[in-house]
Design a protein around this ligand. Structure first.
Ligand code: HEM
Length: 351
């Protein structure tokens, strides 16, 4: 049976060739499908090569912020360059502004005192006293002034204490002092706020600017020269102090409460602005109040007793507030104010 054997061997060879072709096709397919994957594999691994770099993020946004799982979401800010600007402002610029304003004001006052000297009561004392401020007015003044002095000193400790007091006191004593000063600053803000509001109400009527003020300023207020320009109850200089106290005080109060209660009224950048406003006005405020303290004490004879005892000498009133004296005389009768012997104030208060 040669024929069937030949057929069998042909079939066997055919089947071997078909298997070879299928195998070759399968290999070709595998190579073809595998090659794109291989093309994606980098030769050396660099996991951050395609990530956005830090500088780019800071350019796009003004800070680098992530996500946190704790309740305080403010802690998700990793980098905020504005904070560095603010730190530089606080550590360098503010110190210069404060030093120039306060030392500059002190230097000017010393020069003024040496050149001009105190404003003397040129007609001497009459021995007759008249009431200038009621007990309530003096209470409001001294309460606000007392708070102001402690607020100013404790505030200055925040700005300059580390540089000036820490080396003198040492870390422990400075820490105790700074902590006490900070409590004083926070808690005295409340009576100070009350004082600013009360000052507005009790003295606003006498502090509205008028034409007499222009004349008073033109004549140097009697402070620069030896003139005695007329004035009502408050002259232009006192009016300027009043409005600085009311408006500057209000700005201090608003910015101060934003800082005392952080994150209630505003965020980080708002608080930075509040701090800039608070500290710059503080330095000017202290400089202006140094001028006010000067003229109320050593700068003008007979002025301190107005706020100390509540009365002034008749001649002082004539020299510095002649229009007020006329008003008071007209209101209380010809001799009621002026006939009081020295040391016994008039029965009728000035207001
Ligand atoms: C209602 C009134 C006020 C409030 C609520 C208040 C509140 C504050 C607060 C919370 C701070 C920041 C404290 C800190 O960083 O730990 C501060 C700083 C300061 N305050 Fe006041 N303050 C008031 C009035 C005043 C007054 C009248 C002055 C002086 C004229 C003053 C001068 C300063 C100064 C110099 C600083 C330091 C500024 C700095 O270096 O950053 N403050 N105040």
């Amino acid at each position: 049976m040669p024929k069937p054997r030949i057929v069998t061997s042909i079939l066997a060879r055919l089947s071997a060739q078909v298997r070879l072709v299928i195998g070759a096709l399968a290999l070709a397919f595998m190579v073809a499908t595998a090659s794109p994957v291989a093309a994606q594999q980098p030769t050396s691994v660099n996991p951050t090569a395609s990530s956005v770099n830090e500088q780019k993020l800071l350019q796009e946004l003004d800070k680098i912020q992530g996500r946190v799982s704790i309740p305080d979401t403010k802690s998700d800010v990793l980098e905020h360059p504005a904070g560095r600007d603010w730190r530089n402002w606080h550590q360098v610029t503010l110190k210069w502004i404060g030093a120039i304003a306060i030392l500059g004001a002190l230097a000017l006052l010393v020069i003024f005192y040496l050149v001009r000297g105190p404003v003397r009561l040129e007609s001497g004392r009459s021995g007759v006293k008249i009431v200038r401020f009621t007990a309530f007015e003096r209470f409001v003044h001294w309460m606000t002034a007392g708070c102001f002095i402690v607020l100013a000193l404790s505030g200055l400790n925040i700005t300059f204490g580390r540089a000036l007091l820490l080396p003198l006191l040492g870390p422990e004593a400075f820490t105790t002092f700074a902590e006490g000063a900070k409590y004083a600053h926070n808690f005295l803000s409340f009576p100070f706020t009350l004082g600013v509001v009360l000052i507005l109400f009790i003295w606003v009527a006498g502090n509205i600017p008028n034409r007499v003020d222009v004349e008073w300023v033109k004549r140097g207020g009697g402070i620069v020269g030896h003139d005695h320009p007329p004035a009502y109850r408050f002259n232009a200089g006192q009016k300027a102090i009043f409005w600085f106290q009311v408006l500057g005080g209000t700005a201090m109060i608003m910015s101060g409460y934003l800082l005392i209660f952080p994150f209630y009224g505003t965020g980080i950048s708002g608080m930075q602005t509040a701090e800039v406003v608070h500290s710059v006005i503080a330095m000017l405020y202290i400089a202006v109040m140094l001028g006010h303290i000067y003229i109320g004490t050593i700068g003008m004879e007979g002025a301190f007793e107005a706020m100390g005892e509540g009365t002034v000498d008749l001649n002082w009133a004539k020299e510095h507030h002649s229009l007020w004296l006329s008003e008071e005389s007209a209101r209380t009768g010809p001799n009621e104010n002026t006939a009081q012997p020295r040391g016994r104030p008039a029965a009728t208060p000035a207001e």
